[in-house]
Design a protein around this ligand. Structure first.
Ligand code: GDP
Length: 193
């Protein structure tokens, strides 16, 4: 089956997004990090499955070693299935992502979201960054331009609408993500002809 893989730090709204996309209900705020193996769901009416990879990053009750283990599992999964993954969706929290990236940038530290974005590109997996919780952001263009800058994409963000998709999972405002994902799917179908 064609596959869309969802990755992101915990608490960015991945479960909320999955619920909106699939119509299934998921345990939000459950125990993050407990899901060992990727979960698959159908994204109707499109003919592909969504794989929800475990959330990464700080989770109460999950220690450093376990966090590293989860990260390794995610990386191994993506490497193993890179050929089957049509699109990766990296979900971030639009309200805090830039601050978190800046806080974790240093001589020997690469922020998770930046690292994951480049890792996916290195694997040749077309990647869409779903910038969630935009309902909480009032300086939308500035935030999105700053995010582009941190990801190495030359602003303005409007040039990158196949890559940067501002959404609000909670409000069901997902159109930019839908369009971005579809643009990659159709691109690949054309390439296959
Ligand atoms: P996960 O850990 O990534 O699966 O995150 P959840 O889906 O459990 O969401 C974490 C928190 O963010 C919950 O309190 C959600 O209600 C909230 N949340 C998710 N999406 C949005 C959104 O689009 N806007 C706002 N304001 N809150 C959201």
């Amino acid at each position: 089956d064609a596959e869309v893989a969802l990755v992101g730090r915990s608490n960015v709204g991945k479960s909320t997004l999955m619920r909106e996309l699939t119509g299934h209900s998921f345990d939000t705020g459950g125990k993050p990090g407990v899901t060992r193996s990727p979960n698959h769901y159908d994204w109707a009416p499109e003919d592909f499955v969504i794989t929800d990879l475990p959330g990464f990053g700080f989770m109460s009750g999950v220690d450093e070693d376990r966090r590293e283990e989860i990260k390794t599992e995610i990386v191994r999964y993506l490497e193993a299935y890179a050929d089957d993954i049509l699109v990766a969706v990296l979900v971030v929290d639009g309200k805090s992502v830039v601050d978190i990236i800046d806080r974790h940038s240093g001589p020997d530290e690469i922020p998770y979201d930046v690292e994951m974005f480049h890792f996916l590109r290195d694997l040749d997996i077309p990647t869409v960054v779903a910038v969630n919780k935009m309902d909480k952001v009032d300086d939308e263009d500035e935030r999105l331009d700053a995010l582009c800058d941190r990801l190495g994409l030359y602003p303005p963000w409007k040039q990158w609408q196949d890559t940067i998709a501002p959404i609000s999972a909670k409000k069901g405002q997902l159109e930019p993500l839908d369009e971005a994902v579809r643009s990659h799917l159709h691109e690949q179908q054309r390439d296959d002809l």
